[in-house]
Design a protein around this ligand. Structure first.
Ligand code: ACM
Ligand code: ZN
Length: 517
């Protein structure tokens, strides 16, 4: 059975052999032909030669599909283009799991949640477009439908801007990077940088569209904005006057997190609106992420311009000033037919209630409570609990089983409001992911486990999931991708602690083959 699990399936006797003629695609599904063929090709068993007929069935929802595999071949009926890609991914997986033939069966499948995303941080470490495409291919295979691109942070700016060229010449490059591996614990002294050109991003948009995936670009504000401020210091409250700002060479919430975009200066909004215009021109999708996380408000507290706006708008504190800031930018997006998302740190009374909240931070009870309250009051929420589906942590800290069992409807949300949780999104933050090997090692097989959390119903069987993994490991191997072999195995607690400690203090590559355990 595929990953994620089919919602309904009835096995029949026998298998369906491959035939030499007969792939046909309904012209109504032509927009995803490339993605469909890419998925079938992953079956590596002459999958393209199977007599697969893919037709549109208007009685099905956009992402739903039906399969009928019998002696006459394979009929896949899809509600829409996304459903067609999902159907082809499921067929490829069935073939992979059954030695290259399809088991005779009928099946019906549709997702539990409409939002199944992966957030990719290409700021802390930049990865080339080809790598992003590989990830998109894996997302397609596991039926994800949102790629959230974290394009701007303290450590680098990754979008080509023609209006603000210093974002690229200055903001996209840092002098050095903090490392903790192979006996080195400190700055590496090696410049690191890069950004995607508009041509590359257009290519990525087309690639994603052909696979039923929408891109959600993120411009993190008013904090995590050091790369933009290094390029244009006047965007900050004091940066051009008090201290020169450089693109950050270390990570986390620290002294530099106090340097924010100034909320009391019209220059900030003119800059953001201009930049967002460029972003909207490249990404034609509905949602733009505005960040709003981990903004330390010390400078806002002593900035006369910020304080003036706070008073004029009758805002209680700097948290509400941020709510007002984000709402103003969100309203700008709305005039252009787009919608905003923010991290749950940004929830407050002054925030527009139509902004979608991405919940990541459960350790403060207030984060959980305020997000549940938001959903109960009608706000929409995406579940991204860092303890379950952040992929930057070692498997010792976030075991595969925990990711598999992630429940996006967080405690405190009323049953009648559960539909306000629109889905789930896992995240790959790359502070400590500096190589392709580590990137794919941390992703695989976690992506498969997270796929179940977004697609399948609440009750899931981990043992059944684990039985399916060998076929997937074989595929990763064939594709030449690093993966965490044996990630499904239970480690004793002492060993998990030992690895987590090593990761935190000595060696962030500790879990990799040859990484030191
Ligand atoms: C986050 O992890 N700072 C959203
Ligand atoms: Zn200010």
């Amino acid at each position: 059975m595929p990953i994620p699990m089919l919602k309904e399936s009835q096995p029949k006797a026998g298998t369906v052999g491959f035939q030499t003629n007969g792939f046909s695609l309904d012209p109504a599904l032509e927009g995803v032909k490339e993605g469909v063929l890419a998925m079938l090709a992953l079956a590596d068993a002459g999958g393209l030669e199977t007599a697969v007929r893919l037709v549109r069935n208007d009685s099905l929802a956009e992402e739903a599909y039906k399969l009928t595999c019998d002696e006459t071949g394979v009929l896949a009926e899809a509600g829409g283009e996304a459903g067609a890609v999902h159907a082809s991914a499921a067929l490829a997986q069935l073939a992979l799991e059954n030695g290259g033939v399809l088991p005779a069966c009928t099946a019906f499948d549709e997702p539990r949640f409409g939002w199944r995303g992966l957030s990719l941080d290409i700021c802390r470490h930049f990865f080339p477009l080809e790598t992003v495409k590989r990830i998109v291919e894996l997302m397609t295979f596991y039926r994800f439908n949102r790629l959230h691109l974290h394009l701007s942070d303290d450590q680098g700016f990754r979008f080509e801007s023609e209006r603000f060229p210093l974002l690229n010449t200055v903001g996209s490059r840092r002098e050095s990077t903090l490392v903790r591996k192979n006996g080195k614990n400190g700055q590496d002294g090696i410049p690191h940088g890069g950004y995607y050109t508009k041509a590359e991003l257009r290519e990525l948009v087309a690639y994603c569209k052909a696979r039923g995936i929408e891109i959600v670009p993120e411009l993190d504000m008013p904090g995590h904005a050091l790369a933009m401020i290094a390029a244009y210091p006047k965007l900050a409250c004091f940066a051009d006057k008090e201290h020169p700002v450089q693109v950050a060479t270390s990570f986390g919430v620290s002294e530099f997190s106090k340097v924010l975009l100034c909320a009391g200066n019209e220059r900030t909004y003119a800059f953001l609106f201009g930049l967002l215009d460029e972003i909207m021109e490249i990404f034609p999708f509905e949602f733009i992420h505005l960040g709003g996380d981990e903004a330390v408000k010390d400078e806002w507290k002593r900035c006369p311009n910020c304080q003036k706006v706070k008073q004029e708008q009758g805002l209680k504190d700097e948290r509400e000033l941020q709510g007002w800031f984000l709402s103003r930018v969100s309203r700008y997006l709305e005039t252009r037919g787009r919608k905003a998302i923010i991290w749950n740190d940004g929830l407050c009374a002054s925030l527009d209630s139509n902004i979608v909240c991405q919940y990541w931070r459960p350790f403060l009870a207030v984060g959980n409570r305020s997000t549940a309250h938001y959903a109960n009051a009608g706000g929409r929420v995406i579940g991204s609990d860092f303890l379950h589906i952040y992929f930057d942590y070692p498997y010792a800290a976030t075991p595969l089983k925990k990711t598999f069992h992630y429940e996006p409807v967080l405690g405190g949300i009323k049953k009648t409001r559960a539909s306000n949780v629109v889905g789930t999104e896992c995240a790959v933050w790359t502070e400590w992911i500096d190589t392709e090997e580590k990137l794919f090692f941390n992703l695989l097989p976690r992506l498969a486990a997270a796929a179940e959390a977004g697609w399948s119903q609440r009750r899931r069987n981990y043992r059944e999931f684990v039985k399916k993994l060998p076929a997937h490991y074989a595929l990763y191997k064939r594709l030449g991708l690093a993966y965490a072999k044996d990630a499904e195995q239970h480690l004793p607690f002492w060993k998990r602690v030992r690895i987590a400690k090593a990761f935190l203090f000595e060696n962030t590559h500790v879990e990799l083959p040859g990484g030191g355990v």
